[in-house]
Design a protein around this ligand. Structure first.
Ligand code: ADP
Ligand code: MG
Length: 231
């Protein structure tokens, strides 16, 4: 059974006139797949990722996560499913600037029914995994972009989700930090994580096994090899 299964998914924004940001998108992603989503700005990439991540719902079609039709699941249950199963990483990190790195990571557990005991230790272990144990007490405002994104990765991972969704995770990083964040994500994949990543950068997309392209809200699959040839 596929982990993620979209069938003819549409997302219409009720602006005037109504705008179809996604049209008839069908996509199936197996556990342990890694998929890059590419396409021009405004083509619907974030809209799609938000639906996959249960931050938003389709306005037509069906989205099954782990075999469950998300249309049949209420908002509260969906939010708790999301907290357990999905880690998010965004281009702009979305960290609290004036809380320490370890506090930021600990906050990810708030929506889980995990015991409070050990919360700090689990956050420290996640920071250690991204090579930032020694920076645990730093505030993001005092960190480099690459370090902030690694804190965001630790926050996404502390809940041990099987699925990691990344929206332009390297969009604000220089090439050295891009390489370190991608290297970490590659390690996570080797450990069995499923990764779906939006990117503008063909060399970032080439880390994925599959590349899907969105243009004007419509999706097509291409071979990863073809994308590797782009410049
Ligand atoms: P991308 O991530 O590929 O740049 P988005 O998924 O963010 O694109 O947006 C796709 C299109 O939908 C854009 O034209 C955007 O302006 C529009 N859009 C996004 N969110 C909304 C919204 N809440 N209301 C109306 N239009 C939206
Ligand atoms: Mg976007």
């Amino acid at each position: 059974m596929a982990l993620i299964e979209l069938e003819n998914v549409g997302r219409r924004y009720e602006v005037d006139p109504p705008f179809d940001a996604l049209r008839n998108v069908s996509l199936s992603i197996e556990k342990r797949d890694s998929v890059a989503i590419v396409g021009p700005s405004g083509s619907g990439k974030s809209t799609l990722l938000n639906i996959i991540g249960c931050l938003d719902r389709p306005t037509s079609g069906t989205y099954r996560l782990n075999g469950l039709d998300t249309a049949q699941i209420g908002d509260r249950i969906l939010a708790s499913l999301r907290a357990q199963q999905i880690g998010f990483v965004f281009q702009s990190f979305h960290l609290l600037s004036f809380r320490s790195a370890v506090d930021n990571v600990m906050l990810a557990e708030l929506y889980l029914r995990r015991p409070r005991a050990g919360r700090r230790e689990r956050a420290m272990a996640a920071l250690d995994r991204v090579g930032l144990a020694s920076r645990a007490e730093y505030r993001p405002s005092a960190m480099s972009g690459g370090e902030r994104q690694r804190v965001a990765l630790a926050r996404a991972l502390v809940t041990e989700p099987p699925l990691l969704l990344c929206d332009e995770p390297t969009g604000n990083l220089d090439s050295a930090n891009t390489a370190s964040v991608l290297g970490l994500i590659d390690d996570l994949r080797a450990d069995g994580l499923t990764v779906v990543m939006i990117t503008h950068d063909p060399s970032v997309a080439s880390h994925a096994e599959r590349v899907v392209r969105i243009v004007d809200g419509q999706l097509s699959e291409e071979t990863a090899l073809a994308t590797r040839g782009e410049s």
